[in-house]
Design a protein around this ligand. Sequence first.
Ligand code: PEP
Length: 254
Amino acid sequence: MARTVLIAGNWKMNKTIAEGESFADGLKSSIGDHDCEFAVFPPFFSVPFVSARLEGAGVTVGAQDLFWEKSGAFTGEISAEMIADAGGTAVLIGHSERRHEIGETNDVVSRKLKAALDAGLVPVLCVGETLEDREAGDAEPYVRIQLESAVAGLTVHQVQRMILAYEPLWAIGTGRTASPEDADTMHRFVRKFIESRFGADLAASIRILYGGSVKPENATALLGKEDIDGALIGGASLDLDTFLGIAAAAEDPS
Ligand code: PEP
């Protein structure tokens, strides 16, 4: 089953509103040169501005996190409904920086995932092992536990609306990248997991992005792999030319 390549930029805690708008304008004017889909995940403040600039362009604009309650006394938090109200249609869930820097557990990730689905957002669920687990040969069991916890109790209909991202922790922001073969092996493992829980049709259609120091120089090899359906890009998504360079490399099989 054909899965449209998705090139997604996670801006993390970068870019002012004006910088985000300028990026959005440039992206909008370049969309016609590409066959893939695009998504950007700006900081919360920029979501309404970036989504307004990208209106009608077919680019997904999402937030980098949410809180699972709808409203109430949760100082500093942002709900899924607020993201939708601001023009966001997607959200990153369980990014490794939130899991490992902020301390989000699998239980927290699962609550956030359900809140995103309930609010009609497209969740991009991030999973990925630590270096210790990879070196110990435990990468797959580690990722399986993350997946099991996240999708427990979800229906086929809900999982159909999700995107998955495999981001080995040791490859994020480090300049180290999983080899295309290792990444593809893990993507196949993730797809098999989805198949075992939700059936072959869903497994064949769900998109699994790779994340971890993706750049134009390694995108062709990574995205040329059968089970890698796009990229979630941090550092290299901040510069528009580099971001578009990854899309161009992904579209070039040579
Ligand atoms: C990310 O933030 O999801 C990421 C993969 O970062 P980087 O591309 O900088 O490794």
